[in-house]
Design a protein around this ligand. Structure first.
Ligand code: ADP
Ligand code: MG
Length: 238
């Protein structure tokens, strides 16, 4: 069980502040989508939550605990990378199990976890293949499998579908929605795709230049955008 709370979070690279005091609450089990134009700070924010980027100031809490200085692997989170981050020389089974080498699980335990992830993602028949024998969507499933085996309390996705074609993107979007229903785990999903945001999110965070423009449900943002920027990005045509 984990909620995630960002309190007045900032990030500077040298003298340039790219995250400018962000407050966001992600409730346990919620699917939250961060949207905004390229360069607005979506990936930086996600990497700060993951522990891959230091926090300059502010507080990050996961599951009620301040984790600013907690190691990435101790945070109970798993990040789903784009499918090209899987290893070509390993089978699907080995690629998925790679998610577990980090916390030194026993061999039997690993086998059971990989089998369970394969079942959830319906890729049991692919376990002995290599990435070159997979479609783009199947590869993306492997990348998600690698996160699932770690039993995270929070999943982080950084534009996981951006290198897939439109038809596949729609399939995988539905898969990810199903995965959220099945696991019931909190998910934070970064995209610049409005359709992904509107269809997947319980709650959308609209970012611009390192600041939160608005937080709300897809319907709230669509019908009551706080400003022209949000309206232009997600709102109803007027
Ligand atoms: P997004 O994911 O929304 O496209 P990013 O989080 O990647 O945006 O980047 C936000 C801003 O921070 C951009 O202006 C980018 O150039 C800058 N930035 C990101 N990473 C670094 C870094 N390691 N060093 C300096 N500037 C960075
Ligand atoms: Mg990015």
């Amino acid at each position: 069980m984990a909620d995630v709370r960002l309190r007045n979070l900032t990030k500077s690279f040298g003298s340039v502040q790219v995250i400018k005091g962000v407050d966001i609450d992600i409730e346990d089990g919620e699917f939250v989508v961060f949207v905004g134009p390229s360069g607005c700070g979506k990936s930086t924010l996600l990497r700060m939550i993951a522990g891959l980027e230091d926090i300059t100031s502010g507080t990050l809490e996961i599951g009620g605990k301040r984790v600013n200085d907690v190691q990435p692997k101790e945070r109970g989170i798993a990040m789903v990378f784009q499918s090209y981050a899987i290893f070509p020389h390993m089978t699907v089974r080995e690629n998925v199990a790679f998610g577990l080498t980090i916390n030194g699980a026993s061999k039997a335990d690993k086998g059971a976890k990989v089998a369970e992830a394969a079942r959830v993602l319906q890729m049991e028949h692919l376990l002995d293949r290599r990435p070159s024998q997979l479609s783009g969507g199947q590869r993306q499933r492997v990348a998600i499998g690698r996160a699932i085996v770690r039993d995270p309390q929070v999943f982080l996705f950084d534009e996981p579908l951006s290198n897939l074609d439109a038809a596949l993107r729609m399939d995988m979007r539905m898969e990810i929605g199903k995965l959220h229903q099945t696991l019931g785990t909190s998910m934070i999903y970064v995209t610049h795709d409005q359709v992904e945001a509107m269809t997947l999110a319980d709650k959308i965070v609209v970012l611009r230049g390192g600041e939160v423009m608005q937080i709300g449900s897809p319907m709230e943002l669509y019908h009551e955008p706080a400003n022209l920027f949000v309206a232009g990005f997600l709102g109803a045509p007027s």
